[in-house]
Design a binder for this molecule. Structure first.
Ligand code: ADP
Ligand code: MG
Length: 699
């Protein structure tokens, strides 16, 4: 970057100290360069002029040319509004202002020809535009291009007239000074190979497009570059890691896996499970240290894959740790794995926050002398006191619940060779996002559910149909099924949250006096939670009232109904996770989404999506469109600040794939980026590292 572009934004003509403060505070624009990289969020065609007589209902933003005949003011104080009667050769309409009336009166003149821009509405037969943009017709310099760029600004800025138009003007002033001061950021070979638009041209076209074709190329160039650098960074980290760490070689498949496979396997593996176990085996036998993400929708049978992976480690004489995000889940894994491996002679232990001191001491000893083969637990596993003799494999379940740092600690449990790492997640992540967030991991996907599962039927009920819901519960319990009823977590108040569940519990006891009801919430002691969970698992209680603590992993195949109270308060991926608690047995399962009448459009879209599909990946795509990738569950903890300036992971999947391929090819040719012409890449990678990105060696 040139010194010129590093200048404080206050020195840009038209900005000055006060506006600069606003730009810094509201938009994080500190320098000329920041402004240059503050991109428009949309473009509008400003070549076409409509006539007033052509206006119909439901039009987008349009442009008109004409003049104001007269002004009229109605109302007083805050009720005051200004009406301008505006005409062109085809008719008359009204322009309305509720705010900034004084400014308009002082600056807009009757009788002068204006270009009016805005979204028309038709109100009781009359056409009007509220808060239009006006520009004297003779003074068209800035919007000279075909498309007008629009920039986001904040409410605070708008109050000070720092609108999109003002930003446009700043961009214009900047563009006037910038000739010869922008330097290319990609190697010339790449630019010519991909026929990319040169950077200075792209930056000019993106703010002041001359025609749709140039705009398209400019957008492509800038998006490509942004995604290319991210992929280059991820992939070069991966290369470095693979170059500097050797992995344990698990060459054998022996007694444990074979015996389990022929005598203990409770069912046939699905093809997807088989495929994934094969991928994992190959990886762990290759001499590389495995870093693999196992993705699979809820109920796809990831636990079994994890167990088989562990058995391979035992066959090669190594220890394994399996980390789960909650005590309930750790317990469940412990119990089911103990049961499945019964008779194999594997020494398994459970370590959680509530493990007694005496038991802990034994575990620590057995880990160090190597007699304990599998340690299952919560993040208690990460503690420094936990030392393994020969840790060969680390499995992390529901990995989106853990931070990067927590996983990194497990990685470092061995002094020399890091263990193989398998992280599992049921939070379906769109492919584009996975390539970015987990871009340095290899990915295996279980894309098939065990056979015989009937798709869960999902229904949305408003409050007034509660009685039918109760009748339905009765019906299901009568035929031997069990029911979950989940209440939302209320972030603002944990007390309220608890009250919510407890009230629900009391109410249900009244409605169903003859049923046994369990309750689990975050404020209970782990032992109490487990006891309640156990009762439900064994079928001794019919209804489980809970908060989202049961969201991940819990497996009770006989439970066939999931009722989610105030479902409008939940995020999509959370709803999907909760629904995944049912539909695990052979019976038809149901998910009932209860909501009040008043719900936002976004909530409605979420509930509709849940009713429409059971496909976790489809749900993840919708989630990403609704919330934007930065908010997607799992990304906050990934250690990557999502600060994409121009590319959009939801829409630019193809460009991302292209960028990843190019980055990968480039690293194949020049793995350490030593070629002279690639020094430009090294320079920008270093700069990235120092600024926005915060990667760990195992993101
Ligand atoms: P998740 O992928 O959500 O962790 P689980 O591992 O908990 O899923 O498995 C869900 C349920 O499916 C469990 O009850 C498990 O025993 C069962 N299951 C796993 N694999 C198979 C299979 N191949 N055939 C039939 N049932 C299976
Ligand atoms: Mg699971």
């Amino acid at each position: 970057m040139s010194e010129f572009l590093d200048q404080d934004i206050k020195f840009l003509p038209g900005v000055g100290p006060q506006r600069a403060e606003m730009l810094k505070k509201e938009l994080k624009i500190f320098t000329f360069n920041d402004l240059l990289y503050y991109f428009p969020y949309k473009y509008i065609d400003r070549t076409k002029f409509y006539r007033i007589s052509e206006i119909t209902g439901n039009m987008p933003y349009i442009q008109l040319k004409g003049s104001i005949v007269r002004f009229e003011t109605t109302g007083e104080g805050v009720r005051q509004r200004l009406i301008a009667h505006f005409r062109d050769e085809s008719g008359v309409m009204e322009l309305l202002w509720f705010q900034g009336v004084k400014w308009v009166k002082e600056n807009v003149k009757a009788g002068v020809e204006y270009i009016v821009f805005g979204k028309p509405t038709i109100f009781s037969g009359k056409v009007n535009i509220v808060h239009p943009e006006l520009e004297p017709a003779e003074n068209k310099q800035i919007s000279a291009g075909v498309f007008q760029a629009y920039y986001n600004t904040s409410e605070k800025m708008k109050q000070k007239f720092m609108t999109s138009k003002a930003l446009n003007k700043f961009q214009f002033n900047l563009s006037a000074q910038i000739e010869g001061k922008i330097f290319e950021t990609l190697p010339p070979s790449l630019i010519s190979k991909l026929k990319l638009m040169p950077l200075p041209v792209a930056l000019r076209q993106v703010h002041f497009p001359e025609n749709p074709h140039l705009l398209k190329n400019a957008l492509f160039r800038l998006k490509f570059e942004e995604l290319f650098y991210i992929q280059l960074r991820i992939l070069s980290l991966k290369h470095n890691r693979e170059g500097s760490f050797k992995g344990f070689i698990f060459s054998k498949v022996g007694y444990n896996l074979n015996t389990f496979f022929s005598n203990h396997l409770p069912f046939e593996l699905t093809n997807a499970q088989k495929k994934v176990v094969k991928e994992i085996r190959k990886d762990m036998g290759s001499g590389k240290q495995m870093n693999r993400l196992l993705q699979g929708d809820v109920g796809s049978g990831k636990t079994l894959v994890a167990l088989m992976t562990a058995l391979i480690a035992f066959d090669n004489g190594f220890q394994v740790s399996l980390m789960a995000p909650t005590e309930i889940l750790a317990n469940q894994h412990y119990n089911s794995i103990k049961k499945m491996t019964d008779g194999l002679g594997i020494n398994v232990a459970l370590l959680t926050g509530s493990t007694k001191k005496a038991k802990r001491t034994v575990i620590h000893e057995q880990l160090e002398d190597g007699s304990l083969q599998l340690l299952i637990g919560t993040h208690a596993l990460i503690e420094d006191k936990v030392n393994f003799q020969k840790l060969g494999l680390v499995i992390v379940d529901e990995q989106h619940r853990f931070g990067v740092a927590q996983r990194a600690k497990l990685w470092k449990k061995n002094e020399f060779t890091p263990p193989h790492v398998l992280v599992m997640t049921a939070t379906p992540i769109p492919r584009t996002l996975a390539m970015t967030v987990y871009g340095d991991l290899d990915v295996s996907v279980i894309d098939e559910l065990p056979p015989g599962r009937k798709p869960i039927q999902t229904l949305h009920y408003y409050e007034n149909r509660r009685k039918q819901v109760y009748d339905f519960i009765r019906e299901q319990v009568t035929v031997g099924r069990q029911i979950y009823i989940v209440y939302p977590l209320i972030k603002e108040s944990e007390k309220l949250d608890l009250k919510n569940v407890e009230n629900g519990y009391d109410l249900l006891k009244q409605v169903f006096p003859r049923y046994s009801i369990s309750m689990v919430h975050g404020k209970m002691k782990p032992a109490e939670k487990d006891a309640e969970m156990q009762l439900f698992k064994e079928g001794k209680t019919q209804i489980m009232v809970a908060t989202t603590v049961i969201e991940v992993g819990v497996d009770v195949p006989n439970a066939s109904v999931m009722i989610i109270e105030s479902s409008e308060r939940f995020g999509l991926s959370q709803l999907h996770q909760l629904r995944g608690r049912v539909g695990r047995g052979a019976e038809q399962s149901y998910c009932l989404l209860m909501s009040s009448y008043k719900i936002s459009n976004e909530s409605r879209k979420r509930l509709e999506t849940m009713v429409r599909t059971n496909d976790g990946f489809e749900i993840a795509e919708v989630d990403m469109q609704l919330r934007g990738p930065g908010d997607l569950e799992g990304t906050q903890q990934s250690g990557i600040g999502f600060t994409l300036k121009i590319a959009n992971l939801g829409r630019d999947g193809e460009i991302l794939q292209h960028a990843r391929n190019q980055a990968s090819d480039l690293l194949d040719e020049d793995p350490k980026l030593q070629k002279q012409e690639n020094q430009i890449l090294v320079y920008h990678l270093l700069k990235m590292k120092n600024t926005e990105f915060n990667w760990s060696s195992i993101s």
